[in-house]
Structure formats: structure tokens, C-alpha cells
Design a protein around this ligand. Structure first.
Ligand SMILES: Cc1ncc(COP(=O)(O)O)c(C=O)c1O
Ligand SMILES: [Zn+2]
Length: 401
């Protein structure tokens, strides 16, 4: 792990060694960030160094852990110019292995787990993190122990089963799953790769920030809209911008960071509106955007700080607005988004309506996953809304006509 200088607590600033697996700060439970010797790296690691690198997140190897990557080709996803809004880009994370941006975080976390010689990993998940952990653990020959709410999208469950993960379906939400992992991990010898409870998922997800800069030719956009559950990508991208500034790749300009949540589970929006530095548990969380059902994000203090520093905002959108945006992206852009991703368009529409962004502002909307992971949920929504004609069968031809 020579490339990592140390791990730093985001609360008390304590330094910890990365030579053995670490979780959170033992003093105050603060989230640990990986720090590199950027001053030194700056001499050799240049923007031009990237030219001949592979089209995966591991092209940024110098600012990732120095271990043999467990890779399935994650990252360097398309930055699609919107066909509807001239200055809007859709960062399509649905093209990652396992169909979501969770691949990035799990590629990094499992890479390090393997390097540390860990044999059993465990995580609670709203769905897509489970699929990604199961896939990368399979690729690494490591056991995955996964706890998911019983009503996760079908794809997540079927994927995990296929990858050979040990799965427990829980009558509850991600917090209940997390409790089960916490209660059993010591006895079972599991290493917990829960969101923000180990330092490397952020490292994987931060590569989205590097890609935003590189794919926009090092011109930082005015805004980034990010569907926020645990907020790992938001934290990661902000960290990436700071690192790139230290490397001399970009200046001090930052995008306004926008956290979008469903109004069915919006603890960050509530805390933001109330001017609080951390969130409160959101009771009875419910939204079709399963990845946004995180009633109390562990990194809330960091998310809210970034929104403030970037002069961004937290914004809530309803499930109806999400579905409307989902259909619109499919019909107008040819993008079949995850409901979480479609929330980005719903938020952009609202922010344009309010004048927060103008037509001239360059804004990146994150589609964090593929709609193909949600066929059951989408179909149920559309039927309920009367948008799916009953299928008729005429002489062997099945169709609505
Ligand atoms: C498709 C999708 N989008 C967004 C999120 C939220 O991600 P984060 O925890 O990084 O905020 C999730 C989490 O499960 C997800 O699966
Ligand atoms: Zn600390």
C-alpha cells in the first residue's frame, strides 16, 4: 500500500495506517478518507498521462490504492450531451458492470479486501450495492454475505443468487439490515463493507469526479445533480476535485453540488431546509427509487457541508415526478434510467423553473443505474398509472393492437 500516505478521520483529523484493514475512526466514529502524497505525485502524474490509459476507473491508478485491481471494466462511462438541453450532460452510470455506479465503489473495496487477505465480506444494501459486492466478491474468490430488504428489485436478488452470495432478505429497511451485519460480523469473521464504514468505496466512486473533469475537457461544470442515498458519490466527487486541484489539474472553481432525494425519504433535504449540520432519522421511508431509501445517511455531516461549500442545494422530488422524468428520458434521450437517476432530471427541471440554473449553465445529471434493474417496479408503476395497454393475443401475435 505504498501509494497511500495515511487514512484521515473526517471528524477529528486523526491519522491511521492503511497497512491493515480499517473501518471508522476508533475515537469518534468519523468516516476515514484515504490520503496520498499528492505533492510528490504532482511531479509525474499529469493530465496528459491519461491519454493511453484503459477506459476504466483504474486509468486514475496513481490516486487509487496500489493493489492488483479486481476489475470487471467499471468506470469511464459515457458523458452524453442531452438532446433536449444544449448545456446538459447525462453521465450514464447504467453502463457499469452490474448496471450501476456501485460497481466503482465495490471494485475498489474488494480490491483492497483481497490485498489485505480478507476472506468474508458483509454488507447491508438497498439493492445495487449488493449486486456489485456479489459480483466483485465472486471475481475475487471471496465470500459475500448480504442483507437486503425483502422488497428490493427482483434483479438484485436474482443477481446475488447467481453470483453465489450468501443472502438474507430482511423485513425492514437498510438500517435494519445494517444492524444485523453489525450484530453478527465479529462472531462470523465478516469484514463490514457498509457504506462509509470502510475507506475504499469512496475511492472508487470519486473516479466519477475525475471523469466529469476529463470528459468535459477539464472545464468544471456549473452544477452536478446527484441522487443521494448514502451520498458516497457526492463525497467522492468533492474529494476528487480537491485532489485534482492539488495535482494542478483544475483550479479552485467547483460545481454547485445538488443532492436530490425522493420526498418519500428526504432526510438530507429536511436537514438542509432547516439549516442543520446533520440529519434526523426519516420514519416510514418509502419510494420506488430503492437506492434513495436511506433514512439516516452515515455521512450526512459531510454531505451537508459539501452542499454548503459548493453553494448547492438539497431538493426533493415526488415519485410521480421521478416516473415522469423516467419516461421523458427514455422517449427523448433514449436513456432507460434507474428511477434514482431519473430523479436527477426531475430536480433539474425544478431548479431551472426556480431560476437556480439558467439555460447557459453547464450541468451534469447523474443517471446512477440502468432501468433494466427495475423492470418489475417500473412495470407495476406503469400499469397502476394505466399506461400499459392490456396485451391482446390475435392469431399468435401478441400485442396491444
Ligand atoms: C441506482 C442508485 N442510485 C443512487 C443510489 C444512492 O447512492 P449513494 O449511496 O452513493 O448516495 C443508489 C444506492 O443504492 C443506487 O442504487
Ligand atoms: Zn476521528
Amino acid at each position: 500500500m505504498s501509494r497511500i500516505a495515511y487514512l484521515e478521520c473526517t471528524k477529528c483529523g486523526a491519522h491511521l495506517s492503511a497497512d491493515q484493514p480499517q473501518t471508522i475512526c476508533p475515537k469518534d466514529g468519523g468516516i476515514l478518507y484515504v490520503r496520498y502524497d499528492l505533492e510528490n505525485l504532482k511531479q509525474t502524474f499529469k493530465r496528459t498521462s491519461l491519454a493511453s490509459r484503459p477506459s476504466t476507473m483504474w486509468r486514475y491508478a496513481e490516486v487509487l490504492p496500489d493493489a492488483q485491481p479486481v476489475s470487471l471494466g467499471e468506470g469511464f462511462t459515457p458523458m452524453l450531451p442531452s438532446r433536449e438541453f444544449p448545456n446538459v450532460y447525462i453521465k450514464d452510470e447504467g453502463l457499469n458492470p452490474t448496471g450501476s455506479f456501485k460497481a466503482r465503489g465495490m471494485s475498489a473495496a474488494v480490491t483492497m479486501a483481497k490485498a489485505y487477505g480478507l476472506k468474508k465480506l458483509a454488507a447491508p444494501s438497498a439493492g445495487n450495492a449488493a449486486s456489485a459486492l456479489a459480483a466483485y466478491a465472486a471475481a475475487a474468490g471471496i465470500e459475500a454475505h448480504i442483507f437486503m430488504p425483502r422488497d428490493v428489485p427482483l434483479a438484485n436478488r436474482v443477481e446475488c443468487e447467481s453470483y453465489g452470495a450468501h443472502m438474507t432478505l430482511v423485513d425492514g429497511l437498510i438500517g435494519d439490515c445494517a444492524r444485523m451485519v453489525a450484530e453478527r460480523k465479529d462472531k462470523e469473521g465478516w469484514f463490514d463493507v457498509s457504506t462509509l464504514k470502510e475507506p475504499f468505496r469512496v475511492e472508487g466512486k470519486k473516479t466519477m469526479g475525475y471523469e466529469v473533469a476529463e470528459q468535459l475537457n477539464w472545464k468544471i461544470p456549473q452544477g452536478i445533480i446527484y441522487p443521494t442515498g448514502g451520498g458516497v458519490g457526492l463525497l467522492g466527487m468533492w474529494k476528487a476535485f480537491d485532489e485534482m486541484e492539488e495535482l494542478g489539474w483544475i483550479g479552485s472553481k467547483r460545481p454547485k453540488m445538488i443532492a436530490v432525494q425522493s420526498t418519500g425519504c428526504a432526510p438530507i433535504v429536511k436537514a438542509w431546509d432547516e439549516g442543520k449540520p446533520s440529519s434526523e432519522f426519516w420514519p416510514n421511508a418509502s419510494t420506488l427509487a430503492a437506492g434513495l431509501r436511506v433514512p439516516k445517511p452515515y455521512g450526512d455531516y459531510l454531505i451537508l457541508d459539501i452542499l454548503k461549500k459548493s453553494r448547492g442545494v438539497a431538493i426533493g422530488v415526488t415519485d410521480d415526478e421521478i416516473m415522469d422524468a423516467f419516461r421523458h428520458w427514455a422517449e427523448v434521450e433514449g436513456v432507460f434510467a434507474a428511477p434514482e437517476g431519473a430523479a436527477s432530471l426531475a430536480a433539474y427541471r425544478k431548479l431551472r423553473g426556480r431560476g437556480f440554473f439558467s439555460a447557459d449553465d453547464k450541468v451534469v445529471l447523474f443517471n446512477t443505474g440502468s432501468g433494466l434493474k427495475y423492470l418489475d417496479a417500473i412495470e407495476a408503476q406503469e400499469r397502476q398509472a394505466g399506461r400499459r395497454p392490456a396485451t391482446r393475443q390475435i392469431g399468435g401475435i401478441i400485442g396491444p393492437y
